[in-house]
Design a protein around this ligand. Structure first.
Ligand code: TRP
Length: 435
């Protein structure tokens, strides 16, 4: 067995343009964490979630591009992690339904986002559910599917999302109780040390307060916005308080401890606000400028981003398709032919699917799983030796479709093949190989 790394997964809703607060609070720490060789990262653009709160198609599309480009420009390496778009994984909405059927409605009634909406309606004297969509109500279930699909152990999120991870655990436990141990119970990870960035007006930097500085805005705009950060009216020469200063806190989020100490000293010595703002601009620019070229290149060439996301989806779908096949079987959504086929196999082994091994012109060793009609159900990539190819087949027969996970980089599921059929076929082959 391959050593199992800790799986870390998080999603970003695609409704806006990334700002400095997102960068400091989520992008930067996540990109750093993604370099830990002991973890396996799953990062995705939660565009199904975006539909819950945004009905502007062009904004969702634009936000998907900007967020993907920002993460890559900030150093996320799509080859080291699985970076994908939620809506490229059709198994997610399918799993959402499975989880819907094990989620208590009462549990969902207590979800923060839904409760906030109904409380607001009550306060205004409206009907409980006025203007509340079923999408908002189901939000935690969709999120549960995101997390449980990839068997995430750790889910880094903001404080406001902890409840959703707990709900995902509940769904996983209920499902496991009914159908066997299929899901991993995830844990929320809330990074205490990560800075909450104040915005231009001193409140938390957030789109809803309209006080953000976009991460990759042109330099001139960033300079202008930094000049607009609220300060008190102390004149140059008067000592200034670092406590409660938005300017100081933003600086601190970008600067080293030494640099921060120097600015604190300058504050106590009465630095002019204009000068402090210039220092902040230079410090932010020093961090952002080197990434800006990559960001702009990607935003101007969306096809590059599209390719990266498609490749990410291919990687993700090896898992999601295999896992969904297992789950369908578990709940009883099974091809009726399996029973019949099982009997047939006993009568005649020739009627069943089989592995074909061959050596191609490139000198590499390949195999494919072909059904009785000759259609390819699974195709391997090249192995350097016949022995390795044979071992992989052995693993597939021994461990069934879950072996796809250990072999993911060596296999392809052809577009027309159904993972559920692969699952049943491998089960059959295992059965017959035992006899
Ligand atoms: N709901 C999350 C947010 O608004 C985004 C999200 C969607 C997510 N699916 C997820 C986060 C799964 C972590 C895991 O921030």
């Amino acid at each position: 067995m391959k050593f199992e790394r800790t799986r870390v997964l998080t999603g970003i809703t695609t409704t806006g343009t990334p700002h400095l607060g997102n960068y400091v609070g989520a992008i930067r720490p996540t990109v750093q964490a993604s370099r830990n060789p002991e973890t396996e990262g799953f990062y995705f653009l939660a565009d199904y979630h975006a539909l819950i709160k945004c009905d502007e198609p062009s904004r969702i599309q634009r936000s998907t591009l900007e967020i993907a480009a920002s993460w890559i420009a900030s150093g996320l390496d799509p080859d080291q992690v699985t970076f994908y778009r939620q809506s490229d994984i059709p198994e997610i909405p399918e799993l959402t339904w499975f989880l819907t059927c094990v989620s208590g409605k009462g549990l969902l009634n207590r979800a923060h986002a839904y409760k906030a909406a109904t409380d607001k309606n009550h306060a205004a004297g409206h009907d409980t559910d006025a203007d509340v969509t079923a999408g908002l109500f189901m939000y935690p279930v969709l999120m549960g599917a995101d997390i449980l699909m990839f068997k995430a152990h750790k889910v880094p999120v903001g404080r406001d999302q902890i409840q959703h991870i707990e709900m995902a655990r509940d769904m996983a436990a209920s499902f496991n109780h009914l159908y066997g141990e299929h899901f991993v119970l995830p844990e929320a990870v809330v990074e205490e040390s990560v800075a909450l960035l104040p915005g231009l007006d001193g409140r938390k930097m957030s789109k809803s307060y309209d006080n953000t500085i976009p991460l990759f805005a042109p330099r001139a705009q960033i300079r202008k916005q930094i000049n607009g950060i609220v300060t008190d009216s102390r004149a140059p020469g008067e000592p200034k308080a670092t406590q409660g200063s938005a300017l100081f806190q933003i600086y601190q989020a970008f600067a080293s401890a030494d640099e921060t100490a120097q600015l604190a000293k300058a504050f106590s010595e009465g630095i002019a606000w204009g000068e402090a703002k210039q220092m902040l601009f230079e410090r932010v620019d020093r961090e952002v400028a080197p990434m800006r070229a990559t960001y702009e290149d990607l935003v101007q060439n969306p096809i590059k981003v599209e390719k990266i996301l498609r490749a990410g989806a291919d990687k993700a779908r090896i898992r999601s398709a295999a896992f969904m096949a297992e789950l369908r079987h578990a709940v009883g959504l099974r091809p009726l032919s399996a029973e019949v086929a099982a009997k047939q196999v006993k009568a005649s082994k020739a009627a069943t699917a089989s592995f074909k091994q061959y050596r191609d012109k490139d000198g590499q060793f390949y195999f494919k799983l072909v059904d009785p009609q000759g259609a390819i159900m699974l195709q391997s990539r090249g192995f350097t030796s016949a022995r390795d190819a044979g071992l992989a087949i052995g693993q597939l027969i021994e461990n069934g479709i879950s072996a796809l996970l250990t072999l993911e980089s060596q296999l392809e599921i052809p577009p027309l093949a159904a993972p559920a059929d692969i699952h049943e076929t491998l089960n059959l082959l295992r059965e017959t190989s035992k006899k």
